[in-house]
Design a protein around this ligand. Structure first.
Ligand code: NAI
Ligand SMILES: O=C(O)C1=N[C@H](C(=O)O)C[C@H](O)C1
Length: 251
């Protein structure tokens, strides 16, 4: 157990949300951390600085996360971001802010579940051996964005592996007569988003080649599944200046 004064001072943004509330509980229960601020919509960001936060954890929404992150970086506060919506353009913008703030660390991960990280690694590894691939992500109906950050990240990893192996486009003769019937196209990989009450966060990557298919599936049945990854990032981010994308380099 750490002394109170050695504990990492953590603040949570989006603290009343599904993920934020779970992060507050996990930080409270961690003996090497202290929850110093729990901030949600309508609260002032200045509360984070006033509370002396060393690390901010952001689980808000794609439309506000960039402003939050910019503010944290400007204040010199390390930040762990689980909020989705990070395009390559947004990541470049964050790198630009961090260039002016040496010593500040930001970890942005599309999925903090250890099983989900492995699922993405396995999918990237399998990609070169299969001419066909589709991603099916399934989530609770309260989710604001589609396709999920995890599915988008997985599609990009698969597309990079396919390009490296010179695989060419996924074969598909279908005419998309009803818009959306074949899902979204992320870097040439079809992604289908399912929303249903009872689901939390689930993803299947379906690979196919002559005479066989391979399905790689991950299920988060409870948001506690993301907490070990979030706490790992909180512990790591103060000693990782610059931008870290995804959890893989921390495992
Ligand atoms: N990286 C990961 O492992 C995971 C990422 N997520 C992502 O995290 C985000 C949040 O997901 P949920 O918790 O399910 O959403 P939610 O809708 O339950 O919570 C979002 C919270 O952010 C608050 N909020 C909105 N604007 C704010 C602002 N300007 N300042 C402070 N708080 C603000 C809302 O009031 C709400 O309480 C989504 O982008 C989701 O995709 C969700 C689960 C795991
Ligand atoms: O909104 C969610 O719930 C989740 N969002 C993340 C995503 O979009 O990939 C991570 C996980 O799938 C849960």
């Amino acid at each position: 157990m750490s002394d109170e004064q050695d504990a990492i001072r953590v603040a949570v943004l989006g603290a009343r949300g599904r993920m934020g509330a779970e992060v507050c509980k996990a930080v409270d229960a961690a003996t090497d951390m202290k929850l110093v601020a729990a901030v949600d919509q309508g609260d002032a960001l200045a509360d984070l600085a006033d509370a002396g936060a060393q690390v901010v954890v952001d689980f808000t929404t794609p439309d506000v996360v960039m402003d939050n992150l910019r503010w944290c970086v400007d204040q010199g506060i390390h930040t762990v971001v689980g909020t989705t919506g990070f395009t390559e353009q947004r990541l470049e913008q964050v790198r630009g802010w961090l260039a002016d703030k040496p010593g500040v660390g930001v970890v942005i991960a599309p999925n903090f579940g250890i099983g989900a990280v492995l699922m993405m690694q396995f999918a990237a590894r399998a990609a070169r051996y299969f001419e066909s691939v589709e991603i099916i992500e399934q989530h609770h109906p309260g989710k604001l964005d589609a396709p999920s950050g995890t599915a988008t990240h997985t599609a990009r990893l698969i597309a990079a592996a396919r390009a490296e192996a010179d695989l060419g486009p996924v074969p598909d003769a279908t005419k998309d007569e009803v818009a959306g019937a074949r899902g979204a196209d992320i870097d040439g990989v079809r992604v289908h988003a399912v929303r249903a009450t009872g689901l939390v966060a689930h993803q299947e990557v379906l690979f196919g080649t002559t005479g066989e298919t391979l399905t790689i599936r991950h299920d988060s049945y409870d948001r506690v599944s993301f907490m070990p990854g979030v706490l790992l990032a909180v512990r790591a981010v103060p000693t990782r200046p610059g931008l870290t994308v995804a959890l893989d380099p921390l495992l």
